[in-house]
Design a binder for this molecule. Sequence first.
Ligand code: ZN
Ligand code: ZN
Length: 458
Amino acid sequence: MTATRRLGAAAGDARHEEAASGPGRRTEGEAQCESCGLVHAVPVERVVLGPDAPEELGRFVDAKRWRRVLVVEDANTAEVLGDVVCADLAAAGHVVAVQRFSERSGLLADEDAVGSVRDAVASGRPDVLLAVGSGVLTDVTRYASFLARRPFVSVPTAPSMDGYASSVAAMQFDGVKVTLPSQAPLGVFADLSVVARAPKEMILSGFGDLAGKASARFDWELSARVAGEPFCEAIAERIASPLERCVEGAGSMLAGGADGIASLTRGLVESGMAMSMMGSSRPASGCEHHASHFLDLLAFRGLRPHAPHGLQVGYATRVALGIQRRSIEMLGEPLVQPAGSGGGDEERTWFGEHLLALGPVRDEKQVWFAEHADGWPPGAEQVLAARERLSGVCSRFSPVDRALSGAGVPDGPGYLDVDRAMLRATFRYANRLRSRFTVLDLLECQGRLDEVLDSLLA
Ligand SMILES: [Zn+2]
Ligand SMILES: [Zn+2]
């Protein structure tokens, strides 16, 4: 196994060696992927996005012979959908228990929330859990059901993030965002008329999360091209095509138009499917997500207010795309220092007491450097091919950048309570939070990250 493979699959982003649905595990009916040669599991059995979602959900629960159902919701999602789902299931003869969080905002995907759902599982002994809600409720239900070895079904109420069909859980333990191996839902049932009524900020948030797939794609291809990480074109396209359709109709989507909301929701669900198929969040998460995790950490430390995940990702995507464009001309430059080696006092100031927890990631990045530095740069032909390919990725996704800009998302400081120093630190140090290789690691190893950030954020 190469260092890059370890980086791609390392703790935090994707411990997919431990995950039940990782690539390479062939079960009945699965075939080797023609595009990449891996075997991709597709654990989500049924996806329904449309007006018949509630009826189809009822049929799915019946067909599975699940008698006891635990519905996980909060005060908001109970009103918009949860009460109806519970009443329908009860009328159909199911025993329905409810775990309703009282929070209308600010619920965290942390130990306490997972503990509450696990307690409800212990007392109700459900055959299945239904997550009626958006990001946090889905991740809490996913992780609690995984720990309790029960299946779960996702019933989205907003097009606000891409985790509905995913197999990894985005949790927040002790202020640090971690992505844990978990399980995909067996079904996703989204009534688009409900989803379209979500607050505007949640729609923009979903668009931001989807837009982040552009910079995530660059980082994945960069790592594949220059460092040999496994890459699947078919899975990458599964995300890119809906993203492009969504960007074409961005105006209608942001105004809550039915077609736009449908393509946004489809894109977000497809992105989750892609993560499930790859057994990791690699297809959907690059340095823009690491930047968002860094901003979450600053919020946890009280240095700025919390903001929705997708808004942070959309913002970070604009900066990330600028950095990536700039990096292409430097692709063939030598590696001069390990990633994670600089920083000193400034780094300590931003991470505070969390600095100690960054050790394992730093170690992995130093191993990567040790294994790659001597053979760097890759041959001239490989650099040329990578440069051509990555330039193509940049120009293909420039409409994403324009659409974000059109939605009011800037590419510099002054958004979501992030000032210039904070934005610079975000992209200077976000690579400490995950082992995954991104453009930030390459530039840091080349000793060029500081000057790129200074010129972009001047
Ligand atoms: Zn493949
Ligand atoms: Zn995301």
